[in-house]
Design a protein around this ligand. Structure first.
Ligand SMILES: Nc1ncnc2c1ncn2[C@@H]1O[C@H](COP(=O)(O)OP(=O)(O)OP(=O)(O)O)[C@@H](O)[C@H]1O
Ligand SMILES: [Mg+2]
Length: 416
């Protein structure tokens, strides 16, 4: 059975729901008055900005980019299975689904309050209040039985998390974690996250998300899925690099990379701290052939009262690596021609940003073997594939050694 509020909304019979006026809240502060289209969930007008300093990072003081900020908060249209979820919940768009959960999320402290209702952060926020898993189950193809239907439209943070992989927020022993799963590519992306964690541990880099593995049953088959503990909290918000630069025009003489570092520095972080993590990430992405270090996969932690950045967000989302979507695993100098979705178009060019740090590659002697065993233990991929992937890791480590010894490996000379 569908939620009666949805039916009323469709019939247009509930004046409260039709009104479409909301207050954008930051915890309990009134930030702005906006008008929403309740059917499509889109933000139509910003009627007033009361507290410009409380607007989400990246939004200019007049609130003109709030509509884009809101749309980026919803599940992206590219998320697999989204259409079926919308049809099952009776929602027109993922923004409508988000609005139904008051726009609450587990990554920051913003939400929308209908003007004619008195609601409080402490009663609604997902950091302290439990939420049902039904919507999350639907979003991850886990079985949802008929009895769970009336819980499908209960507020859920799974409606406000971006990214293409199927995912849901879960509560285990009182701790919130993000569960991500993909049913193709042998489920390799989830295992890759754990492999990346092992890499960071070996290198002694603490600021990373420690993913663990679980199995999830989808349509009668078991798949590996990754679980990452929440890195935000009631006192720590996540601001993606994309959000930070949303309203920023990159000066002609600057690069995207340099602009990001300097913008983050204006928010209170030391430049050295920012570049250290960015350079570290470039090098470890190189070892793992992570092709997807885009601006939503990196960011900052923010202290919401002081409006300051306090740290880099931990390194996360390294699943799109180790040739997870390739049938043929490249080797040799083909490993120097990998296209990536990041500050540069080719992976080797990314290394040009590395100026200040070196990795202790001696710590990685057994890492390729460990990656191979993790792939074999946790997926059903053929042994040769796991072996070949481990071989790329070995070769990449050697290329990185050359780079650290001063070779311009992007010039693609023949090395062996
Ligand atoms: N452990 C966490 N704690 C808090 N927020 C998180 C955590 N993990 C992910 N997020 C938030 O969820 C978003 C989506 O997660 P993630 O990037 O891992 O998904 P994805 O589907 O793999 O993304 P992509 O489309 O980039 O491959 C992140 O951009 C971040 O905002
Ligand atoms: Mg991501």
């Amino acid at each position: 059975m569908k939620d009666p509020r949805v039916q009323q909304k469709r019939n247009g019979s509930d004046p409260e729901i039709q009104s479409g006026f909301y207050v954008l809240k930051h915890k309990d502060k009134d930030v702005s008055m906006i008008q929403m289209d309740n059917f499509t969930g889109r933000l139509e007008y910003v009627l007033a900005v009361y507290l410009p300093e409380e607007l989400p990072v990246g939004c200019s003081g007049d609130g003109s980019s709030l509509s884009r900020w809101w749309s980026l908060r919803a599940i992206p249209d590219s998320r697999k299975g989204l259409r079926q979820v919308l049809s099952r919940t009776g929602m027109e768009t993922s923004q409508a689904l988000l609005l139904h959960s008051y726009g609450l999320s587990l990554t920051d402290h913003y939400w929308l309050q209908p003007v004619d209702r008195e609601l409080y952060w402490e009663d609604l926020n997902f950091f302290e209040n439990d939420f049902p898993e039904e919507l999350g189950n639907l979003l991850t193809d886990s079985e949802v039985n008929e009895e769970g239907d009336d819980r499908l439209l209960k507020a859920s943070p799974s409606a406000s998390v971006n990214g293409d992989m199927k995912k849901k927020w879960v509560i285990r022993d009182g701790e919130r974690s993000l569960l991500k799963v993909n049913t193709n590519y042998y489920g390799q992306q989830a295992v890759n996250e754990v492999i990346a964690g092992r890499l960071h541990e070996r290198l002694g880099w603490k600021n990373h998300v420690s993913y663990s593995l679980e199995r999830i049953r989808i349509r009668g088959t078991d798949y590996p899925c990754s679980l990452s503990p929440l890195f935000t909290s009631e006192t720590k918000e996540f601001v993606s690099a994309y959000q930070l630069l949303m309203d920023y025009k990159i000066p002609n003489e600057s690069s995207l990379y340099a602009s990001l570092v300097s913008r983050a520095a204006t928010m209170g972080l030391e430049e050295e701290k920012i570049s250290r993590q960015m350079e570290y990430t470039i090098m470890t992405d190189f070892i793992l052939s992570n092709t997807d270090q885009h601006l939503n996969n990196m960011g900052f932690l923010r202290e919401p009262e002081q409006h300051r950045f306090t740290d880099m967000a931990p390194v996360f989302d390294t699943g799109n690596s180790l040739f997870y979507d390739r049938d043929v695993i490249p080797h040799g100098e083909n490993l120097l021609d990998i296209k990536v979705n990041s500050f540069s178009r080719r992976e080797t060019e990314m290394l040009r940003y590395v100026k200040n740090i070196r990795l202790d590659l001696e710590m990685l002697a057994d890492f390729p073997d460990e990656a191979e065993s993790l792939l074999l233990q946790n997926t059903k991929m053929p042994e040769e594939r796991a072996e070949e992937i481990a071989h790329t890791v070995r070769e990449k480590i050697e290329y990185l050694r050359m780079f650290q010894n001063g070779k311009k490996i992007w010039e693609r000379e023949k090395y062996w």
